[in-house]
Design a protein around this ligand. Structure first.
Ligand SMILES: [Zn+2]
Ligand SMILES: [Zn+2]
Length: 358
């Protein structure tokens, strides 16, 4: 079958091959035919080595498709079911799950060290234990979450990562209050979803911050009340908050420099919510005086910071009600052969979300 493979960490291009096989099918597993997958910035970060990932590997973790086959012991799923791929399934049994923090469950993540694919050259890993830039993938049954018939595959794919991450940061983690002021630094697919989440929560001002003009224009369509370039943020802070700082600032880039800007742009007692996935050698610094004296809350948010299955349902409910716009987030569509063009568009910031149709 066809799949897009990265041979070595640090390479910029994927090779689309047709000699890849999905392996590991058996008890507790399901075989999926992927129909649509989004290109998430984490895929690019894994390719460049910012996020840890063994190679060779098949990127992609934001996907949707149909169940082809179910292994022994799998309940609640059967061939033909339409599902989205959850890259962080909750086991229900570990300390994190028992505490209700199912998004911190690492049980399913243990699969990430086991190859999901093979080809004549040897084993091939799947990103984050999934790998959706492929026609078929074998995943644990918990990674296959049924979706209602009215949710198209391309919309379900977005809900599988970017939309859940962004909405959840605003709704679950920061719990944006009605009437508050918000700034969102970084306006790709996750940032746009954060803006939509802040709007759903009733924020009065939502300032989108991004160096790319097309993303600033997009942010205004998705609910930002104004959009500025990074060098205009200090002025916006002065103008909108009287210099005090925003009630909530979301860092959706994953770099210490933008996190520091976000910290300084947050008001005393306000909330800095860190959504971007950054590198292990990039250190965010806060001095002990400001940490204490300014009482700013620093809240990281992983995969939406709440129960993932509940977050999916909520995203679907908001989308059905017309309260969030997911269709317009897909700015580019490609077949698997166009994946390298899609990666370039992601790197320049031209695309909000690219949907890869399989
Ligand atoms: Zn668990
Ligand atoms: Zn992602």
């Amino acid at each position: 079958m066809r799949a897009a493979v990265l041979h070595e960490i640090g390479q910029e291009k994927l090779e689309v091959l047709d000699d890849v096989e999905a392996v590991g099918f058996g008890p507790g597993k399901v075989r999926l035919r992927i129909r649509a997958t989004g290109l998430c910035h984490s895929d690019v970060s894994a390719m460049s080595g910012v996020l840890p990932q063994p190679a060779p590997f098949i990127p992609g973790h934001e996907g949707a498709g149909e169940v082809v086959d179910v292994g022994d012991g799998v309940t609640g799923l059967s061939a033909g079911d339409r599902v989205l791929v959850c890259w962080l399934p909750a086991c229900g049994d570990c300390p994190s799950c028992k505490r209700g923090q199912t998004h911190l469950c690492l049980a399913g993540f243990m699969n990430a060290g086991t190859p999901n694919f093979k080809r004549p050259g040897g084993d091939v890993f799947g990103f984050a234990g999934t790998g959706t830039f492929t026609e078929e993938v074998v995943v644990g049954a918990g990674c296959a979450v049924p979706i209602p018939d009215d949710v198209p595959f391309e919309i379900a794919a977005l809900i599988g990562c970017g939309v859940t991450t962004g909405l959840g940061a605003a709704i679950n983690t920061a719990q944006v209050e009605a009437g508050s002021s918000v700034a969102v630094i970084g306006c790709g697919g996750v940032g746009i979803s954060t803006i939509q989440g802040a709007r759903v929560q009733g924020a009065a001002q939502i300032v989108a911050v991004d160096p790319v003009a097309s993303r600033r224009e997009a942010a205004l369509r998705f609910g930002a009340t104004e959009a500025v370039a990074p060098d205009e943020l200090a002025d916006a802070k002065q103008r909108i908050t009287g210099g005090e700082g925003f009630d909530y600032v979301f860092e959706v880039v994953g770099k210490s420099a933008t996190a520091r800007t976000a910290y300084e742009t947050t008001r005393r007692g306000g909330t800095l919510c860190v959504v971007g996935a950054g590198a292990m050698d990039d250190t965010f610094q806060v001095n002990m005086f400001e940490l204490f004296f300014d009482e700013k809350r620093i809240l990281p948010s992983m995969y939406g910071g709440g129960d993932v299955l509940r977050s999916y349902e909520r995203a679907i409910a908001l989308w059905r009600a017309g309260r969030i716009d997911l269709e317009s987030m897909i700015t580019h569509r490609v077949r698997l052969d166009g994946i390298n063009d899609a990666l370039d568009q992601m790197r320049t910031g031209e695309a909000l979300r690219t949907c890869i149709e399989l």
